[in-house]
Design a protein around this ligand. Structure first.
Ligand code: ADP
Ligand code: MG
Length: 923
């Protein structure tokens, strides 16, 4: 048999069926260990972990250990939490270990699947398991924790409110559960600290991302941002909001709804020039005004209250268009959020300055190993492959999937559709079937709710606001007679069990920790009830067409799992009924529809899904709705009537595919922009890491620092010579200015740099600066290295923030320049590169002007930080700048460049006290 590793590598670039076939022998191997592992006592099983570690250090690889290790986890899971992974779950686990995406339907038990690769990979590094919200992280950690602990591994949990010290401890665990945002923010924060001991995260070895399509595709456009407030620009936004009302669509500007873009017409330009009093709107001075105007128009044209956003407590809150979920912590960028606030006449939140940012894609690309799982990945296979190098493997279900996918029904008007859905809910409810209605907007769910209420149908409405509470409701959505309206993300990750989830029901009445007896009793009682309910919801199927279709699906399943198909085995047991899923709209992405439909028919249960559409739905309105409308009018379809036809369903799928492709292009494009910033970010982070302050007990590498400073100084010398003595001919030189400049940073400034050959000049300046560096180093010993680190970190961080702001501006400006026919990306790349170079040089110059300054003095201060490096105060030009080493160095970076050594009287004091300078150190 070829080695397992070769077996795993072999899987790339093959059809799903071929990939699956390769997995089977490995599953057999895992099964082959079952008996031996089952005979082990608990302590013997636990001891396997040490044995594996020893074998790994003597040359075996994780791949070699896989079958035995997975068998051990399987056994441990059975002994601790009573779940023994099925073969298909082992298949999924092998895929995750192979750094790929396992597509496994809802309810297949992905949480348990993750334990196997997590255990194996935790033997060689740190494992992060990434969930979509805090509630799921907590649930999964508590649920699966015993498995790892039984095997002797430490499991941690990361929550939004976890304090830094506990975070560090969490990251020290072998396996850590947390959300994408928490992991991402910790990465950013770790690169804003002053010394290594303040970092929390540790190595990014291996991550398993649950619901990976949601994180890498739906959330792809929303970066994680750490920000702070900037100047006040509220008036401007109000003014432009007022102006925007004077511009008419179609006349003053043209709208491209499909691409969400608008452009001013000739008439529009003229109007803008007149109102804004610019001779020519193309005037670069008018760029800001022009940008503000277009933003204000976009806010009016494409962003509608209760669709793209809601207004609550005087704030504009974004509604995620994919999921209908509220995103109170996010703001539109580029001034759009303020423009909407101005349009709505709300207080305008101060614009924030980005201090650090990263997109989730870039964060997850930092992991040495990345794997993912979800119920829906196949439709975006190309994107996963191209952008993340991740293959998708579709794992067969544990039991055949017999859900009925009914054809779409299309109504002429939205109103007709509402009534039809309500009728259908009523009909299904009478049959006793649980009904789940999926919407994409909060508005729709509320309208539908009102309609159902009028008909006396009691129901629950969920919009992904209260993850934990909604998870419990969703867990009961499978009970007989339950009606649940939910937006896409509501309760994602929670299983809908027919008859209801007995444990979740019991938990609502008894705390399993505090009252274990009562809890168990309740679970027993509800389990029996759920069984009885299930009987009522599920009925024997008699419809021959249904039986035929179900058998066809079972035959497919048998082929997938490599099992002989014998119809007589199944015929008697085929059921109908179960959870009915009604889609209130076809979403832009087929994947989101599939997620919803996949709520029904879990683990071989019967169930059905059907989508209700109207010509007024966005998807149809934008894509080919007109042709359909004419057709329906010709056919004489009335408001309450519907048409349904396979052809229509297919053409809608085609329209969706087009939107998906377009969105992929947009994401790819955005990614290319982000790529540029990511490279720069990595360079800056790597640089600042060299300047981190030493932790207590750590001996800093001062020699390396000195070598680095010498290089910087040499470069600085070259810059000065270039600046003041450009070109070979001395006529163009300004040696007096060069002397003055050097006088600022040298104890013994040159009295006369008489003209000589340029190389000689360069050398003389270089020597001078290097000797000044040596003087400072000696004069301020032993403090100089520490001072240098503080100053370098501070100037680097300050300039990097400034640079982020500039990049934003350039990106916006370039979007406008795209009219000129140049490729905006190429333009952006060039500009970003130039700005970056400038930024690095500027930061270095600032730092050196400070550090070489002959008047720089250092005095030790008595105050001590909590385990922080010894505090020093820097004084320059009369002691105006002082700072304490430690975390605050970065946080309290003065707004002005350190090198200037002066602070305005009304500026915040650079000591970080938060007081004005004149009231603090300026007194
Ligand atoms: P998914 O994330 O794939 O939707 P979950 O991890 O939430 O699924 O699990 C769904 C349900 O399946 C849970 O109720 C869980 O207890 C059950 N389950 C998972 N694996 C097994 C197993 N091997 N044996 C029995 N039940 C299982
Ligand atoms: Mg899940």
């Amino acid at each position: 048999m070829p080695s397992l590793r070769r077996g795993i590598e072999f899987l790339f670039g093959q059809t799903n069926e071929q990939r699956l076939r390769k997995l089977l022998p490995i599953v057999e191997e895992v099964n082959g260990w079952a008996e031996r592992v089952a005979r082990l006592s608990d302590p013997e099983l636990r001891a396997k972990t040490d044995e594996f570690r020893a074998r790994l250090s003597s040359g075996e690889t994780a791949d070699d250990l896989l079958p035995e290790a997975f068998a051990c986890v399987r056994e441990a899971a059975a002994r601790t939490i009573g779940l023994r992974p099925f073969d298909v779950q082992v298949m999924g686990a092998i895929v995750l270990h192979g750094r790929r995406i396992a597509e496994m339907k809802t309810g297949e038990g992905k949480t348990l699947v993750a334990t196997m690769p997590a255990y194996l990979n935790a033997l060689v590094g740190k494992v992060h398991i990434v969930t979509v919200n805090d509630y799921l992280a907590r649930r999964d950690r508590n649920w699966m924790g015993p498995v790892y602990e039984f095997m002797g591994l430490a499991v941690g949990l990361l929550q939004e409110d976890t304090p830094p010290d506990e975070r560090r401890a969490a990251y020290a665990c072998d396996v850590l559960y947390g959300t994408n945002a928490q992991f991402g923010f910790d990465y950013l924060r770790d690169h804003m600290v002053a010394s290594r001991s303040q970092m929390v995260q540790g190595p990014l070895d291996y991550a398993i991302v649950d619901e990976i399509d949601n994180i890498l595709i739906d959330e792809a456009r929303t970066p994680l941002i750490i920000s702070g407030p900037t100047a006040d620009t509220a008036r401007q936004y109000r003014e432009f909001a007022r102006l925007a009302k004077l511009f008419k669509p179609g006349e003053d500007f043209e709208v491209n709804e499909e691409q969400r873009r608008l452009s001013l017409t000739e008439a529009g330009w003229a109007k803008a020039e007149q109102i804004l009093k610019f001779d020519n709107i193309a005037d670069p001075r008018a760029t800001t005004a022009r940008y503000h105007l277009e933003t204000a128009l976009r806010a009016r044209t494409f962003f509608h209250r209760d669709q793209q956003y809601i207004v609550k407590d005087g704030r504009v809150i974004i509604v995620d268009e994919f999921t209908g979920r509220l995103m109170p912590d996010r703001r539109y960028s580029g001034g759009l959020h303020q423009a909407i606030e101005a349009k709505e006449n709300l207080p305008i939140q101060r614009e924030n300055q980005t201090l650090a940012q990263i997109t989730l894609q870039h964060y997850f690309r930092l992991y040495r190993g990345l794997a993912g799982m979800t119920g829906t990945a196949k439709t975006e296979e190309e994107e996963f492959k191209q952008i993340y190098g991740l293959d998708v493997v579709q794992i067969p279900t544990n039991r055949p999937l017999i859900r009925e996918a009914l054809p779409d029904v299309i109504y002429r008007t939205k109103k007709g559709k509402f009534e039809a859905v309500a009728d259908e809910v009523e009909r299904l409810h009478k049959e006793g079937r649980p009904v789940l209605i999926g919407t994409t907007s909060i508005e729709d769910s509320e309208d539908l709710s009102r309609l159902l209420k009028k008909r006396g149908l009691s129901h629950q409405v969920l919009n992904a606001k209260y993850h934990e509470k909604e998870a419990h409701i969703i867990a009961q959505a499978g009970r007989a007679g339950a009606i649940t309206i939910a937006t896409n993300m509501a309760g994602r990750g929670t299983d809908i069990v027919l008859g209801g989830n007995p444990e979740s029901r019991a938990r609502a009445e008894a705390d399993p920790e505090a009252e274990p007896e009562r809890f168990r009793e309740l679970v027993e009682r509800y389990r029996a009830e759920a069984e009885a309910e299930r009987e009522r919801i599920v009925t024997d199927a008699h419809d021959p067409a249904y039986l035929k279709a179900a058998l066809a699906r079972i035959r497919e399943w048998c082929a997938e799992v490599g099992r002989p198909f014998r119809p007589e085995e199944w015929e008697g047991g085929i059921k109908r009924g179960g959870l009915a899923v009604l889609g209130f709209q076809r979403h832009e992405a087929r994947r989101i529809d599939d997620q919803l439909a996949g709520r029904a028919g879990r683990q071989g249960d019967p169930g059905s899904s059907q989508f209700f559409l109207s010509l007024e739905d966005d998807l149809l309105r934008i894509f080919g709705g007109e042709r359909l409308a004419t057709l329906m009018a010709k056919l004489g379809v009335k408001e309450g009537e519907a048409i349904t036809h396979d052809l229509l369903t297919r053409s809608i799928r085609r329209a969706q595919k087009r939107v998906e492709e377009r969105n992929f292009e947009i994401r790819k494009r955005l990614l290319e922009y982000d790529e540029i910033m990511a490279k720069q970010r990595e360079a800056v982070y790597a640089l600042r890491e060299r300047f981190l302050l030493p932790d207590p007990g750590e001996t800093p590498d001062d020699e390396a620092l000195r070598a680095h400073l010498r290089e910087m100084v040499t470069e600085y010398g070259e810059i000065l010579v270039d600046r003041f003595a450009p070109g070979p001919s001395p006529e163009a030189w300004d040696l007096r200015a060069l002397e003055r400049e050097l006088g600022q940073v040298c104890a013994d400034p040159p009295r006369d740099l008489s003209p000589r050959r340029r190389e000689e000049l360069g050398e003389a300046v270089g020597d001078l600066l290097r000797s000044q560096l040596d003087q400072q180093w000696t004069r301020l010993a032993p403090h100089f290295p520490m001072v240098a680190r503080i100053v370098l970190l501070r100037t680097m961080d300050e300039n990097w923030r400034q640079h982020l702001l500039e990049l934003d501006e350039v990106r916006e400006g370039i979007g406008l320049r795209a009219y000129g026919g140049t490729d905006p990306l190429v333009e952006f790349k060039r500009e970003a590169h130039r700005l970056f170079q400038e930024m690095v040089l500027r930061a270095e110059e600032e730092a050196l002007r400070f550090l070489l300054n002959p008047r720089l003095s250092v005095r030790a201060e008595p105050a001590g930080g909590r385990g922080a490096p010894p505090p020093v105060a820097l004084a320059q030009s009369g002691g105006s700048t002082s700072t304490t080493a430690g975390r605050d160095v970065v946080r309290s970076a003065p707004r002005r460049p350190a090198g200037e050594g002066k602070v305005g009287r009304n500026d915040p004091c650079p000591c970080g006290s938060g007081k004005k300078y004149k009231h603090c150190h300026g007194r």
